[in-house]
Design a protein around this ligand. Structure first.
Ligand SMILES: CC(C)CCC[C@@H](C)[C@H]1CC[C@H]2[C@@H]3CC=C4C[C@@H](O)CC[C@]4(C)[C@H]3CC[C@]12C
Length: 851
């Protein structure tokens, strides 16, 4: 039955102008707004959540099965479509290669469609289902098939919702049975609540569960009543998922009790309603929720049975709440234990011999030998003094240590600035210098060549060092933002470019995207190593590890978004300890483009970040277009690579999580000797947590033969087993214990927005550290920050209008727009920032007044 839809309902009547059958609610925003895209976006419609009238009787009849072939887009990064056999039954869409596979239950995947946002494109006969964790792109061969599926999918969604709603009404009903006449229902009601609770937790809706329990407690304690609409709203918001009970009888368990719930649900519509003191309740179906509500909101309980029921439910709720809390605590502890096991060398040694060898001995020895090499090479590069940016181990005289440094020799501009900053920095004592942070001794002992000279390389990768003089925490912890209805914001702005939507500041972290992008240099030591690795294939492995390391933040940073930089905003990051100078500028506002450039003795790094987002209903995909570039001066290499797709799953809920997927290819434009291909593996719906965030990569020679193989996880580390000895190439730094209270920031991220007295006089006023709303947020003044943010955005709009009036166009100050060899438009650093900073200084030049 190729491309035919079979349905257990013999005739399906459908309307080709589906307005009568379906309720598309919004057009979908598909991109950041090129005209082609917006045209495409107009063809997309987000199907409204199937809704039933509150209080009305629910149609619980099971819609007919629908099955047949559809085209399904292949899983990212694979391109194209393939034919798959689909079966839609009781609101669950399953698929496999053939009908036979489906009937033999050899499934490729399944999706609860009531959990999914459904968007359709009638023109291209496409149906997209986004269930947050799982995304299906489907296409029908003909309009007829398209409309049949659409009808069926809508019917099944409604069915699932009604089913959930009926259970919910059962709960309300059970709770309402506080009248003496139904006092005998106590046990039943309790087990109903128990089982609903169990079901909710089983289906993973921990977020709904505490709400129900909380509301229960509040109600029982006589404070706030549960409102029916509140619960219903939450259920529909969460797309509540409940398996239809199996109608087996006699077995003790949830299926049996559920039948009881159903029976109760049934009772709601029968004439046996409790009505002792409420004559107007009669048997009116419409007014039942009101009745329940009135009971719930009136905790004046009189009968002893009802009191007992209250107490029982109260105790039970508290117990369930308590045990959930302790489960959560145990899981948190377990996670912490695992984290420590991974990071602590002692525990690592206790794990398998192989791991210990891999992680500890080899990696550290290998890294040390590399770094020794790096350092000796740089020392021997014709300089009498240390040409590396090093930090003095003598903590009593940090400024003296700075004096002993000489300018790096690679870039003239860098060197000029370096000298200038030396003088100024030594004159001003920064608050940072007062810090008594230590941690240097650890490092000195592991560095085998430098300590006698009083120097060491500060960027040993596996040993998170406390650089003296930098803050280790933020001025204020982050405010909880879980109450902010992102759903409302997004849905009110459907069809709009999301980057244009102004969001409340409570959703922000106190960093701008320019600062965020500089985090990609957190592990710049990998490039230092690459620039001192003679073997081109090994070199490529380090470059690859560097490209991966720039994604490591994603496990911690899913609750807040960075500030959208204002046009003309800049950000510099001079890291003496890491030896690089980073500068970035917001060069375009719509579409947003952030250009950045970093330079050190061992590498030059630049990229312009243009990204568009695709909002699928539950998840947002961020697709970056600019290439990342790195040159290594010692070998004359110029590497360039694309970025993986970053997906924010469940963007609307607190179960948000980030994933990177796609193929990344690193090419050396100066030589085709070797190429690197990596796959950021997309997690599969049914795969375990432990296989998430995986990366596999190979380094190929000219003939396409594999020379090195590496792999691992972007949140855990990368190993290469084809080197002389299996080597751990990179491992992320340990997160500070209090990271949850501080936006999930790493040590490195906490330092980015730090303003020191010496910096304050050197930075241009356009630097992100001066952005007032961001500063206020950092200090925890959310309301003030919100107000200020509006002002900053308004000022930007005014500036744009003024310029348009004058017929002027904004010209970025430190980057210029050129075409690269492949004809792509790129933004390159014009080399002026550090020069101006040194002479005449930004205080003596004209700067944009951004805020
Ligand atoms: C609703 C809000 C609060 C949820 C949080 C959204 C966060 C996770 C989003 C908002 C903006 C996003 C960033 C936008 C642009 C880029 C550049 C790209 O090259 C890598 C991903 C990166 C860096 C994104 C990472 C994820 C991100 C930080």
């Amino acid at each position: 039955m190729d491309h035919q839809v079979s349905s257990s309902q013999s005739v399906i009547s459908f309307d080709k102008s589906p307005a009568s059958t379906f309720k598309p609610s919004h057009s979908r925003n598909n991109s950041t707004g090129s005209s082609k895209h917006s045209k495409q976006a107009r063809n997309w419609e987000v199907m409204e959540e199937a809704s039933s009238v509150p209080g009305s009787s629910l149609d619980l009849s099971i819609p007919g099965i629908c099955e047949g072939y559809l085209m399904k887009r292949r899983k990212y990064p694979l391109k194209g479509w393939h034919k798959r056999y689909f079966l839609l039954e009781r609101g669950v869409l399953k698929y496999s290669k053939t009908q036979q596979d489906v009937s033999q239950r050899k499934l490729h995947g399944s999706l609860d469609i009531s959990m999914a946002v459904m968007s359709v494109n009638k023109k291209s006969k496409r149906i997209d289902l986004d269930a947050g964790d799982n995304l299906y792109h489907l296409k029908a061969k003909s309009s007829d098939i398209f409309y049949i599926w659409l009808t069926k999918l809508s019917a099944h969604r409604l069915f699932r919702k009604n089913e959930a709603m009926s259970v919910h009404r059962g709960v309300l009903h059970a709770l309402s049975l506080s009248q003496p006449v139904v006092g005998t229902m106590t046990q039943q009601s309790l087990s109903t609540v128990m089982n609903i609770t169990w079901l909710y937790s089983c289906t993973g809706y921990f977020n709904l569960l505490p709400f129900i329990l909380h509301s229960l407690l509040q109600w029982l304690e006589g404070s706030v009543p549960i409102t029916n609409t509140d619960l219903e709203m939450r259920i529909s918001m969460q797309n509540l998922f409940l398996e239809k009970p199996k109608k087996k009888s006699g077995k003790v368990g949830h299926s049996r009790t559920l039948s009881r719930v159903e029976a109760m649900g049934g009772m709601l519509y029968s004439s046996q309603l409790p009505h002792t003191n409420n004559s107007n309740m009669a048997a009116s179906v419409q007014s039942i929720p009101d009745y329940v509500y009135s009971q719930l909101s009136n905790p004046q309980v009189t009968s002893p049975e009802a009191k007992k029921l209250h107490q029982d439910i109260c105790m039970l709720s508290q117990r369930v709440y308590g045990s959930l809390k302790s489960i959560h605590e145990v899981l948190t502890m377990e996670r912490e234990r695992l984290r420590q096991a991974w990071t602590s060398p002692d525990l690592r040694q206790n794990t398998s011999h192989q791991l210990a060898t891999l992680c500890t001995t080899l990696s550290e020895l290998d890294m040390q030998s590399h770094l020794t090499k790096v350092h000796s090479v740089s020392l021997s590069s014709g300089s009498t003094e240390d040409s590396f940016c090093t930090v003095c181990t003598d903590q009593r005289t940090p400024s003296m240590a700075r004096h002993s440094r000489r300018a790096p020799s690679v870039a003239e501009s860098t060197a000029e600035y370096f000298d200038a900053s030396e003088v100024i920095m030594c004159e001003t004592s920064s608050e940072a210098e007062a810090s008594d942070e230590s941690g240097l001794s650890d490092i000195t002992t592991t560095s085998n060549s430098e300590p006698e000279e009083g120097h060491f390389i500060a960027y040993l990768p596996f040993l998170s060092s406390n650089i003296p003089g930098r803050r280790t925490t933020l001025p204020s912890p982050c405010a909880d933002n879980s109450h902010i209805g992102i759903m409302t914001i997004l849905y009110n702005n459907i069809g709009k470019d999301l980057s244009r939507v102004s969001m409340p500041v409570a959703l922000n972290e106190p960093l701008s995207l320019l600062q965020r992008l500089s985090e990609e240099l957190e592990y710049s030591e990998l490039l230092d190593i690459a620039n001192n690795t003679d073997d081109p294939y090994q070199r490529m492995v380090y470059v690859a590890a560097f490209s991966i390391s720039g994604y490591a933040w994603a496990s911690w940073r899913n609750r807040y978004k960075p500030f959208n930089p204002v046009l003309g905003e800049t950000y510099e990051n001079h890291r003496e300890d890491r030896g690089f100078y980073y500068i970035s500028e917001q060069v375009s506002h719509h579409p947003p483009i952030s250009a950045c450039h970093a330079e050190s003795e061992n590498f030059t790094f630049w990229q312009d970040q243009r990204w568009k987002n695709k909002f699928w209903g539950k998840s947002v995909e961020i697709i970056s277009s600019g290439l990342v570039n790195v040159t290594l001066p010692k070998y004359g290499d110029h590497y360039e690579w694309n970025k993986a797709v970053t997906c924010i799953h469940n963007v609307l809920s607190q179960q948000r999580w980030l994933e990177h997927y796609g193929e990344v290819v690193i090419r050396n434009t100066k030589s085709d000797e070797c190429t690197c291909k990596m796959t950021f593996v997309k997690s599969r719906y049914w795969s375990s947590e432990s296989s998430k965030n995986e990366i596999q990569g190979v380094v190929l020679d000219r003939a396409g033969e594999v020379v090195h193989r590496f792999g691992g996880f972007w949140h855990e580390g990368i190993f290469c087993d084809t080197m002389a000895t299996p080597t751990c190439i990179w491992k992320p730094n340990v997160q500070p214990d209090d990271h949850f209270q501080y936006y999930g920031f790493s040590r490195y991220a906490r330092e980015l927005n730090e303003m020191t007295a010496d910096l304050e006089v050197l930075l241009p006023p356009t630097d992100a550290r001066f952005r007032p709303d961001q500063k206020l947020l950092e200090e925890g003044k959310v309301a003030e920050a919100d107000k200020k943010k509006d002002q900053v955005e308004e000022k930007q709009r005014e500036r744009r209008k003024e310029m348009a009036k004058r017929g002027e166009e904004h010209i970025p100050r430190f980057f210029r727009n050129v075409l690269d060899e492949a004809g792509r438009e790129v933004w390159l650093y014009n080399g002026t920032y550090w020069k101006i900073r040194q002479d005449p200084g930004f205080s003596k030049t004209e700067n944009l007044n951004l805020w």
